[in-house]
Design a protein around this ligand. Structure first.
Ligand SMILES: [Mn+2]
Length: 440
């Protein structure tokens, strides 16, 4: 059975009620689950429910489908795998048709095999159909076949919905604004993530390996009650840190190099997303320190700006200005500051954006622009701030800067007054990082 240790069934019911209130009369929402993913041979990856499906149901099973409807039918219908002692002996527990009602609050439930006939019946009774094409080919095929059957059957009294709408327009707006319960989970994810990063600073040393630290992250996440990493951890030493999404995590840790760790713990489907960069031997070289303090200055400048009404674009522009100005001072760029910014020359060393929404998905849902303009931040939103500096090992710059990769990333809750840094306690200043690295 799914462990609802913090989010109880009333929270999922409240979310469904909000959706039902927003979709208007004669509407139906279909949410599906991704198929189990094969790793190799006959072994699967661990299953992860889609965030939208979990957000509204709390059900973490493949082959499950949810319908929410304001037509003259049940409000909430679940389709699930049938209980099957033999299958459950081999592959794990199932809610089953009875459990879908008694444990997950469905007004009516069926086995997955009934989805096709029920969808045909229920889609012929509505005007607005909320369904997201392009996420799952099996559902796309079923939906297209069903709509085609309905259109062809108009002379027999069938009718197709008038409109197909994106459920994200409602659901993703809800997910963008975190409730108190969600903030509790994100706070917990941030705390555990902090402990894991700290453990890595204490353990990392020349002669170690990136893989050992990736394992320490996993171990700390799960030992402290998380479900594991919310995305594949990035543990990159030396020039590996200049590869933005490096996940091989298998190189030796070398004396004199920096180590970049981008890792976040997931707690009940909510993830943290934190990056720290520190010296393998516990002491920044002068060039590393200059680069590090530049990225830190960009990060703190942007974080300080965060309050309702500010936009993510403005935070990024602030980071770009600090980084560009620092690159000129370090001699990594030359010329005029305004030109470097206008011509985006900083992109040779800082090529990604500074922030994204954070929540159930590490790059969480929610529109970044509204009516063509950058969206103002509002209380309850959670964003990252993560400027970086990446100097390729063969870059045409002074030798001491080659192969330096630095990113510093924190998770920020927008509050009514300004903001709260959920990951503030994880060492960030040069002094705090060196102290933690030498606390082993
Ligand atoms: Mn991030």
């Amino acid at each position: 059975m799914v462990d609802l240790c913090m989010l109880d069934s009333s929270i999922f019911a409240g979310r469904r009620k909000q959706v039902l209130d927003k979709i208007g009369p004669n509407s139906l929402v279909l949410l599906g689950s991704p198929p189990a993913a094969l790793r190799n041979g006959d072994a699967d990856y661990p299953y992860r429910q889609s965030s939208d499906m979990y957000y509204l149901t709390g059900l973490d099973e493949p082959e499950s489908t949810a319908l929410l409807s304001t037509a003259k039918t049940e409000d909430f219908v679940l389709f699930v795998r049938a209980s099957d002692p033999a299958q459950e002996l081999w592959h794990g527990r199932r809610a089953g048709v009875d459990g879908a009602c008694s444990n997950f609050g469905a007004d009516k439930s069926y086995t997955t095999q009934k989805l096709k006939s029920q969808l045909l019946k229920r889609l012929s009774q509505i005007d607005d159909f909320y369904y997201c094409f392009g996420e799952n080919q099996d559902y796309d095929k079923l939906v297209i076949e069903t709509l085609t059957t309905l259109r062809k059957g108009e002379r027999r009294g069938l009718r197709a919905p008038k409109r197909i709408l994106d459920p994200g327009s409602i659901l993703h707006e809800m997910r963008l604004h975190k409730s108190e319960e969600e903030v509790v989970l994100m706070r917990r994810a941030a705390e555990i993530t902090g402990q894991a990063h700290l453990a890595c600073m204490e353990v990392a040393a020349p002669g170690g390996n990136e893989g050992e630290l990736a394992a320490l992250l996993d171990y700390t996440f799960r030992r402290m009650g998380g479900t594991g990493p919310g995305y594949t951890s990035i543990v990159g030493g030396g020039a590996n840190a200049t590869i933005l999404h490096y996940i091989e995590n298998s190189s030796p840790l070398l004396d004199g190099e920096l180590l970049l760790i981008d890792a976040g713990c997931e707690v009940e489907f909510y993830t943290a997303d934190v990056t720290r960069t520190f010296p393998v031997n516990g002491k920044f070289s002068p060039a590393q320190k200059r680069c590090y303090e530049l990225v830190l200055k960009a990060e703190t400048t942007a974080i300080e700006m965060i309050r309702p009404g500010v936009t993510i674009d403005e935070l990024h522009q602030a980071c770009v200005r600090v980084i560009s100005s620092g690159l000129l001072e370090l001699g990594l760029l030359s010329g005029d500051l305004e030109e470097c910014i206008a011509e985006e020359r900083y992109k040779a060393f800082f090529m990604h954006k500074s922030s994204h929404w954070l929540g159930m998905d590490v790059h969480d849902v929610g529109a970044y622009r509204v009516d063509g303009s950058a969206r103002p931040l509002a209380p309850g939103m959670v964003i990252t701030v993560e400027p970086g500096l990446y100097i390729a090992a063969d870059a045409d710059v002074a030798e001491e800067y080659r192969g330096i990769g630095i990113r510093i990333e924190d998770d920020i809750l927008v509050t009514s007054e300004a903001h709260e840094n959920l990951t503030e306690s994880i060492p960030r200043s040069v002094e705090a990082i060196e102290a933690s690295c030498n606390a082993r």
